[in-house]
Design a protein around this ligand. Structure first.
Ligand code: GAL
Length: 809
């Protein structure tokens, strides 16, 4: 009997334990955040009646967001987007989705969050317009509750109007191209972007944390509640907490402040991006009713007019690149895996900073800059009141700039990666006195929301002292675009000012294309320059062709590295982007400025940066070794960590060379003979690295390399496969241009192809791609099936097909 009782007791204890863990687990989260990207219908054109319940979308396409319809269209010289946007179509389109919300959400506050819609969106719920948002880069949300049918079907429709063209100096994409979420919380909740966390004092011993929380009470009655703040480290261990009892009136918003201390904080920097998070919880009568997370990183920094930039007390040059928001063959479609791949390539190059050109980027980009350790220049505008192109943001300036700027700062101000706010790039108002008042107004808006970061702007005026944005006196940090020759005079001309090269270089290259003899050329000749382009719209990959306003990569970096006062540089650009293929005309449709091409394949100059910006040993020689016998070929080497490099052709030494003075590469002029070109770098007589390039024989294989071996079956994950045409020994066929047919089976689908050639007019969405200078890429996305994926690549008869498998996780 006794043992029977014991057993019952034990079962009871286990049950209580199980129940309490279940309650606790349930109680950890009160706010519901749902992926709202799936099951949308889409159609190009204008369908105002789509807001009605009885409208039929039978002939609309079913798709999953994020989506960009421009990238799906054909390149056409006559598209009104013109060259600046890569000749892709724009126009109008509608999205519509039927969804149900549970009946028990009746008393909740429900909202829909859009990270970015290009552009002029209008959102309708069950026939009611929730509002318009002209700015295509801004994140916004709408409260839905009052229009929802709880426990029943609802219809959300989104009109996107990107028709008025041209409206940008680069490719924008069209549609709901970033993520969408549905958020349900209790009527007493943390407001949208409702937290602001700062760390007023940071040292190795301790950090003080100040959290400002905006709370909305949408209830018809006043509320008393408990506000709990916890700070968790990267292992989710709580390192600080505080609780207060608060009151809030009916239908009001209020700000509450919590102060905390974290002992021995692990600091955030670009090498060790240690992160924490702040968890805010609201309890009403001991019941958890809201939870909200805010990123947190402890770091301090300083811009100094003589010593440049320092992070956590350590002098740190900002080694940055500018990026536009497109993801190459995916167009504007945002995908965290695409962003991670870009940032990983940049990190490996030694880059430590990103300038978000010239507009707010995605949440994923911001999150990954925090996680991967990039210093961010967060930029709001390319245009103020005065236009750059006919239908750009100047039309929306008066009505929207205040709200857009405020929303941008509120969204991004908790990211430790964000170190400075740029209120504009090469703004027209720098040339007239209206610039003074606008600069002051914008700086004031920024400062009203964040006082912890400097306000800057990217300036271009030749006689900078006559620049009205500068003259406003409202900038904390002066950003200069180009004109590297003038930098040396800046300390004298701008006494006591903090200075950054906000944009530099604008050199041009096509991956794998080489013109001889080498020699620096500026482009185009009509500006007194010396190069007018090649017939096949290529630009030599030696770092020697620059736009007439720019510099070669080497010219710029040689200047910057010597000038301590200069906080750093942002190279235009990290990656090629769609649009702005200046100065080439059609069919050129994407830019030449990238250190890495549009497909994500590094150009040679990538290794110049790697040799300078990292400490890992680098030895990179180029070009390829398939030329005509007797031809004179310039062989370049980028190297570091060595005293000299010796070059050998078919075993015979062509001599040792070493960089002199401020050289960033060495070179040999070599009479071509087929065989093996070999370079050896040595330090103190000891070999550091060896590099060989072989003359490729007949192309006989398709080599496939995936950037990862597994894929999640979540319908988002991506695998990038690099396709190379090689000879029997694996040497790249540097002139191959075979058309590769792709076939994907199993749990994936092909979502993009690209070869990085800037004047290619084949669709990024085709099932085939020509290798360009031997290479292209195929992008596979999970289709949600839990099946392994196989990619087959074939060329017809010339080369045997190849396959590669990707395992589903
Ligand atoms: C800059 C401008 C960039 C890009 C670049 C091309 O002046 O800020 O957006 O157009 O020129 O060289």
């Amino acid at each position: 009997m006794k043992s029977y009782k014991n057993i019952l007791q034990k079962i009871g204890i286990v049950l209580v334990l199980l129940l309490s863990t279940a309650c606790f687990a349930q109680a950890k989260k009160a706010r519901i955040v749902e992926d709202f990207n799936k099951n949308w219908n889409f159609k190009l054109g204008d369908y105002p009646k789509a807001i009605n319940a009885n409208f039929s979308t039978a002939d609309w396409r079913a798709l999953q967001l994020p989506h960009d319809w421009s990238i799906e269209g054909a390149f056409n010289k006559d598209n009104p987007t013109k060259q600046a946007q890569g000749f892709l179509p724009a126009g109008k389109g509608w999205y519509r989705k039927i969804f149900t919300v549970p009946a028990n959400w009746k008393n909740k506050a429900v909202s829909v969050e859009f990270d970015g819609v290009f552009k002029n969106s209008e959102v309708f719920i069950n026939g009611h317009s929730l509002g318009i948002r002209p700015n295509g880069y801004i994140s916004f949300s709408y409260e839905l509750s009052q229009y929802l049918h709880f426990g029943k079907q609802n219809i959300i429709a989104v009109k996107v109007d990107n028709d008025a063209q041209p409206n940008s100096r680069w490719y924008t994409g069209s549609g709901i191209y970033r993520n969408v979420r549905l958020v349900a919380s209790e009527k007493l909740h943390v407001a949208k972007w409702g937290t602001y966390v700062t760390a007023p004092e940071v040292s190795a011993a301790k950090a003080t944390v100040r959290l400002e929380v905006s709370i909305d009470n949408e209830n018809a009655s006043a509320k008393e509640f408990k506000l709990v703040t916890s700070i968790l480290n990267a292992d989710n261990v709580e390192v600080a907490n505080t609780t207060s009892t608060e009151k809030i009136g009916a239908k009001t918003s209020a700000k509450k402040i919590h102060n905390l201390t974290v002992n021995q904080p692990k600091l955030w920097d670009t090498e060790n991006p240690n992160l924490y998070k702040v968890v805010t919880k609201i309890y009403e009568n001991s019941k958890l009713i809201d939870n909200y997370e805010t990123p947190l990183g402890f770091r301090y920094f300083n811009f100094d007019s003589e010593k440049g930039f320092s992070l956590n007390g350590k002098p740190t040059k900002i080694l940055g690149v500018c990026l536009h928001h497109d993801n190459g063959a995916l167009g504007a479609v945002e995908n965290i895996h695409a962003v991670r791949r870009k940032l990983k390539l940049l990190k490996e190059m030694g880059c430590n900073a990103i300038r978000m050109s010239h507009n707010p980027h995605s949440l994923e980009m911001m999150q990954l800059c925090d996680e991967m350790g990039f210093i961010v220049q967060d930029e709001a505008f390319d245009v103020w009141k005065k236009k750059k192109v006919t239908n750009d943001y100047h039309k929306d300036w008066d009505a929207w700039h205040k709200q857009d700027l405020e929303d941008f700062i509120k969204r991004d101000r908790n990211h430790p990666s964000v170190i400075m706010w740029s209120i504009g790039n090469e703004i027209r108002e720098q040339f007239d006195s209206t610039g003074i008042a606008i600069t002051r107004e914008l700086a004031k808006i920024v400062k009203s929301l964040d006082t912890t970061r400097p306000v800057t702007s990217a300036l271009t005026e030749n006689v900078i002292e006559k620049n009205f944005i500068y003259q406003s006196g409202a900038l904390d940090l002066l950003g200069f675009n180009y004109k590297h020759e003038d930098y040396k005079d800046f300390p004298e001309r701008f006494k006591g000012q903090k200075i950054l090269a906000s944009e530099s270089v604008s050199a041009l290259e096509t991956r794998g294309h080489y013109d001889f003899p080498d020699g620096i050329k500026a482009w185009p000749t009509k500006y007194g320059a010396s190069f007018d382009g090649n017939k096949d719209w290529t630009v030599s990959a030696y770092d020697q062709v620059k736009s007439y306003w720019g510099a070669t990569h080497e010219e710029n970096w040689k200047t910057i590295k010597k000038q301590d006062f200069m906080a750093g540089t942002f190279i235009w650009t990290g990656f090629d982007y769609i649009g702005e293929p200046d100065p080439y005309p059609y069919p050129a449709r994407s830019s030449y400025f990238g250190i890495i091409d549009l497909a994500g394949l590094p150009k040679d100059v990538y290794y110049m940066y790697q040799s300078e910006w990292t400490t890992k040993p680098v030895l990179h020689i180029f070009p390829h070794w398939n030329w005509t016998a007797g031809q004179e070929v310039d062989v370049w080497a980028y190297y570091n960590n060595a005293d000299e490099v010796e070059l050998f052709l078919n075993g015979e030494s062509l001599g040792k060379k070493a960089k002199q003075n401020d050289d960033l590469h060495i070179s040999w002029r070599v009479k071509f003979e087929p065989g093996t070109l070999k370079a050896i770098s040595r330090k103190d007589g000891k070999v550091v690295l060896e590099k060989e390039i072989h003359t490729a024989g007949t192309a006989s294989k398709i080599d496939l390399k995936a950037d990862k071996n597994t894929i999640k079956n979540d319908t988002y994950d991506l695998v990038y496969v690099t396709v190379s045409v090689v000879d029997k020994d694996g040497n790249l066929s540097p002139n191959a241009n075979d058309l590769i047919q792709f076939e994907v089976t199993g749990g994936g689908k092909l979502v993009g192809v690209d070869n990085g050639y800037q004047a290619g007019l084949d669709s990024f969405k085709a099932n085939s791609c020509k290798v360009y200078n031997g290479k292209c890429i195929a992008i596979i996305q999970s289709n949600g099936k839990k099946q392994n994926i196989q990619l087959k690549a074939s060329t017809g008869n010339r080369i045997a097909p190849s396959t590669i498998d990707v395992k589903v996780e």
